[in-house]
Design a binder for this molecule. Structure first.
Ligand code: DHB
Length: 559
């Protein structure tokens, strides 16, 4: 487990002593008063009386709810520009530039007002690693079905439901800089958790029982949030926005770990997602078989060729103890797809037999495909055969594959290009920076970035004083924290659709194997979700039953 080792090596004792002497922190120096260092978080005190009463009908029953509106969770929120650009370039005029990207909408079911133990269910609503502006998922008078709405299911279970707004890669500050570069979105989510910990005694429910939910970019966000609990690496960033529980010397006086993670199709491991994507979709010729317009065989081949070494470097193992390498990755994916299909059949889903057609519905309407890749026995509910070449060609056909490279793209013309993630990286005054070796060295755009204009290779670039892109990658990468000294969440529910083409299946498989190898992790409930696209919250009864089970397990362990 080479990469899964402690990341927070203690500084040498002598250095520590010198530092403490210099700052007067050693006992007997007589000059230091611990109280004077204490965090002043009085501005972040939760006001329990400041709510609006709303109500929703869940499964036919009226549920009164207290709504705490747009609660700013930091002392120094970043002042934003009033016009923001959203997905696809649409502009939006926002009415809360002061704190609309760093606040909470908190919904407390009145039945839980006196329950100090109920869970806090936090929804991060960002997609695409974009900013997520304040949002209220509970609307007065709404009718909710707890079998399809996770909001309804959470409130019905008596959990406090919290919408978390965060900065992200597209947000523009009032001073025209980009304050949402990595790790801002993670820092914000941690600041939100800290706010809830600070106010635990003033609010119903328990901040020791936080469950976080996110999809896609949000799945990536809750994964790093869950992986990196209490890591000191984020403290300077937390201090800069006035997060709760940072004392005057930048030390933490509150925790920011969370109890449970519910992550759908996490867009994560961005530093290697391009390699994984090209490897997966070229290993069995899927790009070509699907006839997609995004073929770039030279780039694909070069990126794919780097995947085996990367995969090996992770040092992960399957449940049978075998090392998980590029050599057995396709077989591993095949086994996961079979497990997904058989689980669906046992749950009552009718799967098409070989040669039968089936329909999938998506944003562009519904489309019919012939199942030419998997044979099932509907009586025994077993998969008889699964042709990986045809299966991956189907995945690549039903939603056109991303271009190559899939994530680290150059030449983003608008802040919001949803096709690439490079504007999550770089400085607050740069439009974007490449964040991988390949894209940096192959950048041919006039953008001030890359070997072409800087004359620096990727390796040379990273050696430049002040270069932060590698750190930006690490601080959003759960694999950098799972198995480290961080307080990684003990409970994980991870789903990734069997026809998702937004990131390689290897990404969630690796996440699940890393979690399984971490002794702090008690439960990894991982599965490819049968016939699901890039989406989330499609399995509310199953996910919520899991949440209820792990909350009980946590209670037995004293949380
Ligand atoms: C999302 C989708 C992507 O394809 C991606 O690269 C990042 C995020 C999303 O839907 O959130």
């Amino acid at each position: 487990m080479k990469r899964f080792q402690a990341r927070h090596a203690a500084p040498a004792l002598s250095v520590l002593m010198a530092l403490m002497l210099a700052t007067g922190a050693l006992a007997g120096s007589g000059r230091h008063d611990a109280d004077s260092d204490a965090a002043d978080d009085s501005a972040l005190t939760f006001d329990a009386s400041n709510y609006t009463r709303v109500g929703v009908t869940i499964d036919g029953t009226y549920v009164p709810v207290r709504w705490y509106k747009n609660v700013c969770y930091v002392k120094q929120p970043v002042l934003m520009a009033t016009t923001q650009t959203g997905l696809g370039g649409a502009t939006q005029v926002i009415d809360n530039p002061q704190c609309g990207y760093q606040n909470l909408n908190i919904f407390v079911p009145e039945a839980s007002l006196n329950d100090p133990k109920t869970a806090l269910y936090l929804a991060v609503n960002n997609g695409g690693w974009m900013a997520s502006y304040q949002r209220a998922s509970v609307t007065d008078g709404a009718t909710l079905d707890s079998s399809t709405s996770n909001v309804g299911a959470a409130l019905k279970a008596g959990y406090v439901y919290v919408d978390v707004a965060t900065r992200g890669r597209n947000v523009v500050a009032a001073d025209a800089t980009y304050p949402g570069r990595s790790p801002a979105v993670v820092v914000d989510a941690k600041a939100a958790v800290r706010y809830l910990r600070l106010n635990d005694a003033r609010m119903p429910g328990s901040a020791e029982r936080i469950v976080v939910n996110g999809t896609s970019g949000g799945g990536g966000l809750v994964s790093i949030l869950g992986a990196s609990g209490n890591s000191p690496d984020y403290l300077p960033y937390l201090a800069a926005i006035g997060a709760a529980g940072i004392d005057k010397r930048g030390r933490s006086t509150l925790r920011d770990d969370v109890l449970a993670v519910v992550a759908y199709c996490p867009i994560t491991d961005l530093g290697h997602a391009d390699l994984a994507y090209e490897w997966l979709f070229t290993a069995l010729n899927s790009r070509a078989l699907a006839g997609t317009s995004n073929a770039n065989p030279t780039a694909s081949a070069e990126l794919a060729s780097r995947f085996p070494a990367y995969q090996r470097s992770l040092g992960l193992r399957n449940a049978d103890g075998q090392r998980l390498t590029a050599d057995n990755m396709l077989a591993t994916i095949q086994a996961e797809v079979i497990r997904s299909a058989e689980t669906a059949m046992r749950a009552g889903t009718t799967l098409p037999k070989l040669g039968e057609s089936f329909t999938v519905s998506g944003m562009g309407g519904s489309k019919t495909y012939v199942n030419d890749w998997m044979d099932v026995d509907t009586t025994t509910q077993r998969v008889l055969s699964l042709d990986m070449t045809r299966y991956l060609a189907f995945v690549a056909t039903q939603a056109t594959l991303k271009p190559t490279p899939a994530f680290d793209q150059s030449g983003l013309s608008v802040l919001t290009n949803p096709a690439g993630e490079s504007n999550l990286f770089g400085t607050p005054t740069q439009l974007y920076s490449n964040f991988t070796d390949y894209s940096w060295n192959h950048n041919d755009k006039t953008d001030g970035v890359g070997l072409d204009e800087t004359g620096l290779t990727w390796t040379q670039f990273l050696r430049q004083p002040g270069t932060r892109v590698d750190e930006q990658i690490r601080l959003i990468d759960p694999l950098a924290f799972i198995g480290s000294q961080a307080d990684t969440s003990p409970y994980w529910y991870v789903r990734h659709g069997t026809r998702d083409r937004d990131t390689a299946f290897t990404v969630s498989i690796n996440l699940s194997r890393a979690l399984a190898a971490d002794r702090k992790v008690a439960d990894v409930n991982y599965r490819l979700a049968w016939n699901q696209p890039h989406a989330g919250n499609y399995d509310v009864p199953e996910a919520m039953a899991w949440v209820a089970t792990v909350l009980k397990a946590a209670e037995r362990r004293g949380r």
